[in-house]
Design a protein around this ligand. Structure first.
Ligand code: 4AD
Ligand code: MG
Length: 482
């Protein structure tokens, strides 16, 4: 293959008069003369100037939207506005034709829904190429953040026998013949006959295994795919999503909140510092899109302003009991505008979270100490408080504007007997969690951790309104194409 120079390198430090070869996909071709070429290395296109008289007619005819070409020529200062440098092409080679009569994409604005059905081509659009570069940036920044702070990356299993959230929203993994299932004497399916000699599922969370890591290595994090078979068709839910789960020995709920806030800010700052052009492109896209919305549906701030705001301000920290009080004193509550009830003991719904974050505080909010009855079995029980009508656990949720819950976490119940009691209360068979219980029996320690929804964070940073548009191949109910 001919050696090519990446467009990002040329735009960063162009060596005028040097001869370069560039390869990429045509974004636009004007006046039979000017090609806007993109190779994915940057959101910015490079202008290639051709002399149609000097090139084979057949080649010129094939230069067009999303055709793949290689062009060789001298770098020169650009005469036109809009770019500092251009390539004066001496030769052009068509690497991959793209016949617009049959190509599924067209050089015009297309809806996100349509582009979702063309997941094999959508990374070539300006919007999706920026989103996927930023997705990469966030993933890289996650590893950098934890590595720089002495955390170890722990690989939790994808196939597991445990239900880490105790919510039963699992995809089963089996090699049994579904037409001829082996049965026990009592007629139940005999999972002993299955591949692993037991019933298994795809993991909903790596937390329980991360706890094993934290209780030996001190500070660990997992970062991998997790799976939930919940039938949620919303712009915030995927059946397959990625989660980052730090878990730390000797951390309480307050240390946990400090880490969560610092981590969120770091990721946003990293993208602003290193991928500014991509964020700026998405900011402009969003501003354009919002022009068609009525004033009360528009975001209060542009994308970049909002990201800066989050980085520069402290998150609000309140208890669940405070949240209920604020909601019960709110206008929408008094006017009966909330769909779901606000009552101590009931979970906060998206509409309540949005009110707290977007209307009341107008900044990210961390809610802690939720009622025990609505939270997972592993959360540490708090002592009864005089101003609270029921028992709470040391849980915390980080709520973001436009997104809602971006992080959920807790201090863990490290007291063996308390955990045993809780497991019995929620009806999990003790033998399923024997190893988890033994961690409390032998050399246990206070510890805490949280899970960040990777796609929700990427959604916040890119300003995309649907979570299906920040993962290359979304898996949602009734949809697993590509
Ligand atoms: O709040 P969740 O269910 O917490 C846990 O799984 C804990 N085990 C985490 C821990 O403490 N280590 O999920 C954590 C985060 C949520 O805050 C949300 O951002 C994201 O994961 N999340 C989803 N993202 C996309 N699609 C879904 N279906 C999601 N479910 C949760
Ligand atoms: Mg949660």
């Amino acid at each position: 293959m001919k050696k090519r120079t990446e467009i990002s390198a040329i735009l960063q430090s162009p060596e005028m008069d040097s001869t370069v070869t560039v390869m990429g996909w045509v974004r636009a071709f004007r006046n039979n003369r000017f090609i806007a070429l993109n190779d994915g290395s940057t959101p910015n296109n490079l202008q290639i100037v051709i002399d149609a008289e000097q090139l084979p007619e057949d080649t010129v005819r094939k230069i067009g939207f999303h055709a793949c070409i290689s062009a060789t020529g001298k770098l020169a200062p650009s005469l036109g506005g809009g770019q500092a440098v251009e390539v004066l092409a001496e030769s052009v080679e068509i690497l991959g034709e793209c016949n617009l009569e049959t190509y599924p994409l067209q050089p015009k604005r297309q809806t996100m829904e349509f582009l979702r059905s063309k997941a094999h081509f959508r990374p070539r659009t300006n919007t999706f190429s920026s989103v996927f570069r930023i997705r990469h940036a966030v993933a890289f920044a996650i590893h950098k953040y934890y590595n720089d702070r002495g955390f170890y990356y722990l690989h939790s299993p994808i196939i597991t026998g445990s239900d880490a959230e105790g919510a039963g929203e699992m995809f089963r993994v089996t090699t049994l013949d579904l037409e001829h299932l082996p049965r026990t004497e009592s007629g139940d399916i005999d999972w002993k006959e299955d591949f692993f000699g037991r019933s298994t599922n795809l993991t909903v969370s790596g937390q329980l295994q991360a706890e094993i890591g934290a209780l030996a290595l001190g500070k660990v994090y997992t970062f991998g795919p997790t799976f939930r078979a919940e039938n949620s068709n919303t712009p915030r839910h995927l059946a397959e999503f990625w989660m980052i789960e730090p878990e730390m020995a000797f951390y309480d709920i307050y240390d946990n909140m400090d880490l969560a806030e610092d981590f969120c800010k770091y990721l946003i700052r990293y993208v602003l510092d290193n991928y500014y052009d991509d964020v700026a492109a998405l900011d402009a896209r969003l501003a354009e899109e919002e022009k068609s919305l009525p004033a009360d549906k528009r975001r209060p701030m542009g994308l970049i302003d909002q990201l800066r705001f989050v980085v520069d301000n402290d998150f609000e920290r309140i208890t669940y009991t405070d949240a209920v009080r604020i909601l019960q004193n709110s206008n929408p509550y008094k006017k009966g505008k909330f769909e779901f009830p606000v009552e101590w003991g009931k979970d906060l719904q998206a509409e309540h979270e949005r009110y707290l974050v977007e209307k009341h505080f107008q900044k990210p909010v961390i809610v802690r100490n939720y009622p025990k009855a609505i939270k997972a079995f592993y959360m540490r029980a708090n002592d009864q408080q005089p101003d609270e009508p029921g028992l709470t656990v040391a849980a915390m949720d980080v709520l973001f504007p436009g997104i809602g819950e971006v992080i959920g976490g807790s201090q863990r119940e490290e007291r063996h007997d308390a955990l045993l009691g809780r497991i019995a209360e929620v009806g999990i068979p003790e033998e399923e969690l024997w190893w988890y219980l033994e961690l409390r029996k032998f050399g246990g320690a206070p510890h805490a951790g949280f899970g960040m929804g990777f796609e929700r964070m990427v959604q916040f940073i890119t300003g995309m309104s649907n979570i299906r548009d920040v993962i290359p191949f979304p898996r949602t109910p009734k949809s697993a194409e590509f």
